[in-house]
Design a binder for this molecule. Sequence first.
Ligand code: SAM
Length: 461
Amino acid sequence: MQAQQKQTPAGKQPEESTGKRSLAGEEYEVEIGPVAHGGHCVARTDAGQVLFVRHALPGERVVARVTEGEEGARFLRADAVRVLDPSKDRIEAPCPYAGPGRCGGCDWQHAKPGAQRRLKGEVITEQLHRLAGLTPEQAGWDGTVMPAEGDKLPAGQVPAWRTRVQYAVDAEGRAGLRRHRSHEVEPVDHCLIAAEGVTELGVERRDWTGMESVDAIAATGSQDRQVVLTPRPGARLPLVELDRPVSVLRVEEDRGRSGTRGVHRVHGRPFVRERADGRTYRVSGGGFWQVHPKAADTLVTAVMQGLLPRKGDMALDLYCGAGLFAGALADRVGDSGAVLGIESAKRAVEDARHNLAHFDRVRIEQGKVESVLPRTGIDRVDLVVLDPPRAGAGRTTVQHLTTLHPRRIAYVACDPAALARDLAYFHTNGYQPRTLRAFDLFPMTHHVECVAILEPAEKGV
Ligand SMILES: C[S@@+](CC[C@H](N)C(=O)[O-])C[C@H]1O[C@@H](n2cnc3c(N)ncnc32)[C@H](O)[C@@H]1O
């Protein structure tokens, strides 16, 4: 690979912290190598330094301008600022706010939709190989990343899928999105991936002076609309006048002893009603719900098809949020079965208990999975669903789960790296993936959702 240093901007001072010269602003002409996890591709300078280049595609020849990193660092971050030899997968970014130094919300606006899914597939393949030592075949995966229903659009058209958008607010009170790895705000007058219900509120056209951020939520399956205001210290709440009626919540200034900031109702309902698998779920205080309107149903279907619950089964729903999988399991295990959900967020636990109150067979425990699960005294279960946050479940929880001898485990993962690492722990403890499915529930971004179904490994495997 030929890499050529193009220019060295004058006036670069050694950085105080390390004494090493920052390379930010330097430009290299490079050939772009494979995609890497995180929305960028890998390239190398002549000196052999690794560049993580955003706004590029594999196989392209580009001029990459360094955005972060210093001499001698293991890797540098860079943006492709000129494309000399474009990939056939490249398109003109449909979003006017995408591009080097602009909005950090999307990573692949410049890639055809099919190519985005292929790139995500390559990332999953690489993570499985590197962290779990698995080929796609060994993971039971056909290598495809499926679009959500209705999202297969021609190149240049963008699915408006984001039902929850956190707008950052700049010093002039304009709503926008944060630039990549920055606190700076890119003001936007229309986010293309925002769901229609979010766009209709008109958050982007209002003055939000004094606010740090404004979360806009458009529920799926109900007309509930909500904004959650996070004020700057000492700021007064604005009068919220949007283009549609909304309920308004406010985030507390101070973090409590738990380290989290409380959320209070200003007016309207303190929750929104979401629908999935034929049931309505209350989600309070801006709590977790899948962001893509098809995500909850897509994931419930994949999990239930993988687990095949039977009447009388005892099942766990770990990291259960408002009770999405616990509800689906409760239906399928019947009166003779039982479901235990575990969730750390107090409001989500209240929601899950409320949402599933009509099932005697469902119990929801509050606390961290890693501490609550061992305390339950349960020593055997039939089925497990785990849907942990980005960091994954970790070695101890994985190990504990395998001692319960479940017939099948469904691992729902929003980070393929954490999934692959945890699959390796499962392998060590005698469980192997039987199938893996991947869904593009975050079009235009590098994020991807996977559902792995695990079973006890056959003896000798
Ligand atoms: C990816 S969400 C999944 C929620 C739910 N399964 C759904 O699809 O709506 C992860 C959930 O785990 C919770 N959580 C994070 N860390 C946790 C922990 N250590 N133990 C229990 N719950 C945790 C979060 O509050 C969040 O509700």
